[in-house]
Design a protein around this ligand. Sequence first.
Ligand SMILES: Cc1ncc(C[n+]2csc(CCOP(=O)(O)OP(=O)(O)O)c2C)c(N)n1
Ligand code: SF4
Length: 284
Amino acid sequence: MVKIEDYNNDYENKWCPGCGNFGILDAMKDALSNLGIPPQKLLIVSGIGQAAKTPHFLKCNMFHTLHGRALPVATGAKLANHELTILVNSGDGDCYGEGGNHFLNAVRRNLDITLLVHNNKVYGLTKGQASPTSDVGFVTPLQPGGVIAESFNPLTIALHLGAGFVARGFSNNRKHLSKLIQDGMKHKGFSLIDIQQPCVTYNKINTHGWFKQRVYDLYESDYPADNLEQAVLLAQEWGDKIPIGIIYKKEKPAFHEKIAALKQGPLVSRKYDAANIQAILSNA
Ligand SMILES: Cc1ncc(C[n+]2csc(CCOP(=O)(O)OP(=O)(O)O)c2C)c(N)n1
Ligand code: SF4
């Protein structure tokens, strides 16, 4: 049996008091212990940013890589060992800005990994510049007249690229977020969970209270999450009402299942000599 405490470590945490990242960290530990995944069987990959520091605060295998590059590293790890459970923690700037191209291609490939994007609609670590998900008009020290570019909607982009699991969470709704992470991890293929995460220091608009007044739970509705056209419409609902839960879900073959060379088991468990590398390649 895996307990929440199995994931605890004593690494010093310097997130601001009240940061939404704490709720995401708690929900992750709850989800991982509920799924019974022991720390040694889990790899968490992250890039750079406040969100990307998350794996420092869990006892597990981790790979903290370059800004925006968590998904390519996770892709390599999954192809080397497709039996490994892989989570990616990324911020909206890290994933949709610097790593935007990798996001698009990871969705298209349908890698069997779960991507948690801590979406605070701002660059937190570098002190409050606009990110791709900042809303039009959002004022920052670098955009004193307000953001003029349209906001990037990761949910509709992922749906249009054929994603099989698209969801939105809220960092303060920890039980709900834990369930969402569990459902995302149980899903075979790429799972996007875009998590609304208040940055109490640099985003004074989208606060905990702002979200609490607006979020409603799709798990409590009879929304079926299996109709793409309905999902695209729902993914655009933003303002007075904000849906949280599974927006769309559809099973399809994962990337590693389509690679002939991986059918006889993970690459890491093979013995390598010149002859068998040739055999693996000729199988591909
Ligand atoms: C190649 C590169 N470009 C820029 C930076 C500077 N940088 C570090 S974190 C960051 C933004 C992080 O924002 P986000 O991903 O939204 O994470 P948050 O800190 O808000 O959690 C930037 C621009 C960097 N470290 N490397
Ligand atoms: S700056 Fe924002 S995102 Fe970073 S720790 Fe503080 S509240 Fe969290």
